[in-house]
Design a protein around this ligand. Structure first.
Ligand SMILES: *Cc1c(COP(=O)(O)O)cnc(C)c1O
Length: 390
């Protein structure tokens, strides 16, 4: 291979330029404008969400959701531990406290039993969380029936971090539409991109009106600039929404390509004992944003870092799974509930064993074959062994 094979790169359709040109032709260069409205409309139609607010990032959308749930100083918010830090950062922007919840092994997402224990304890302490942030990692939906039932029984609202799971479904329903709020990300490495951006969806359309208000500096209706609340500059630009409009039109193709990557790898590696593909929950469909595996580390002397290093030497980018947030220095001494008390946390096991593979919708068949052979070859070497070519 003469060019490096990367984890996940933007995949334009060609139509993006037309919508950007339209914005230039009509001088809608300023934030907001017809591309934003169209982009929101497309997200709404695709996901079935009742209302949508396009934002400058997925992180901004989480921040808005927390604000709309009136999370403030010293409030408590629960969040998945096994995720990218953006899921939890907005909790700290608001001065609130966080409790992290472990994963369960069947989806790698929030463990219902750990959540139940955490909520029972919180109730005893009269400090129920103002929100639970449930993340759907790598495209796989969390166990929403169980999680929704538990949250409802305690009357705690849900924010779904569907940054990685746009287009995934659970029992036929779109990821991001189960909670009071859902968020998507259109960052450069996501399944579709606006180069940078996000979206907030909500069950209650009134909440989206409020989100738009907060996202545009909380300007009151007046002839002068009148402000009663602190707001943000969080709306998506009309230029970037032009990219998003075109990307939404090819979302189904992008999902199909990523699902194909996963199936291809699964088929190629089914005889390799050290490799296990990320599990898929029955009744759910993953967009397979990233194809991920775990290594049976009893069957090889290599860690995911060793594999990553050897793959890099063959021009292939791989990456270990998310490092659990409860073990991040910035969240030292934050409460954490593990899946099974007294056992190693599920998310820690996954971090110890897991690896993300090149997963772009623009990978060629030749590249997929190269990656699959490379991993097989790398796993046949021992820790100290060198692989220079395949
Ligand atoms: C990418 C991502 C985000 C943040 O989205 P941005 O648009 O980059 O702000 C949040 N949560 C998860 C799980 C993500 O993967």
């Amino acid at each position: 291979m003469n060019k490096a094979i990367l984890l996940s790169t933007p995949h334009m359709s060609g139509k993006e330029q037309d919508y950007i040109q339209e914005a230039f032709d009509t001088n809608w260069i300023a934030p907001l404008g017809p591309n934003v409205t169209e982009f929101e409309q497309k997200i709404k139609q695709y996901t079935g969400a009742s209302a949508v607010c396009a934002t400058s990032s997925g992180t901004a959308a989480i921040h808005l959701a927390l604000r709309l749930l009136e999370v403030g100083q010293s409030d408590m918010v629960f969040c998945s531990s096994f995720t990218f830090i953006a899921s939890a950062n907005p909790i700290k922007y608001l001065g609130a406290d966080v409790t992290f919840i472990d994963s369960e092994p069947e989806t790698w997402n929030m463990s219902p039993q750990a959540l139940e224990r955490a909520l029972a304890d919180a109730k005893k302490e009269h400090r129920l969380p103002k929100a639970v942030i449930i993340v759907h990692l790598y495209g796989q939906s969390a166990k929403m029936d169980e999680l929704v039932t538990i949250c409802e029984s305690y009357g705690v609202p849900i924010i779904e971090d569907a940054a990685e799971s746009l287009g995934s479904t659970y029992k036929g329903q779109q990821s991001g539409t189960f909670g009071d709020f859902g968020i998507y990300s259109f960052n450069g490495n996501k399944i579709i991109t606006t180069s940078g951006g996000g979206a907030l969806v909500a069950k209650d359309p009134k909440m989206i009106e409020k989100a738009v208000f907060l996202a545009t500096q909380a300007k009151e209706k007046a002839l002068h600039y009148e402000h009663e609340q602190i707001g943000y500059n969080y709306r998506m630009s009309n230029i970037l929404a032009g990219i998003g409009r075109a990307q939404m039109e090819v979302l189904d193709d992008r999902i199909a390509a990523r699902q194909n990557n996963f199936r291809f790898y699964a088929d190629q590696w089914k005889h390799i004992q050290e490799v296990e593909m990320m599990p898929e929950l029955p009744n759910s469909v993953s967009n397979h944003w990233l194809s991920t595996i775990t290594l049976d580390i009893d069957k090889t002397d290599m860690t995911p870092y060793d594999v990553m290093d050897k793959m890099q030497k063959l021009g292939i980018e791989t990456r270990v799974l998310w490092k659990p947030l409860h073990s991040q220095p910035v969240f030292a001494a934050t409460p954490f509930y593990e899946h099974v008390q007294g056992e190693e946390a599920v998310c820690e096991q996954l971090f110890r064993k897991g690896l993300c593979l090149p997963s772009g919708s623009n990978l060629t068949q030749e590249e997929l074959e190269y990656v699959s052979k490379a991993l097989e070859t790398v796993l046949k070497t021992n820790k100290g062994g060198v692989v220079s070519a395949i």
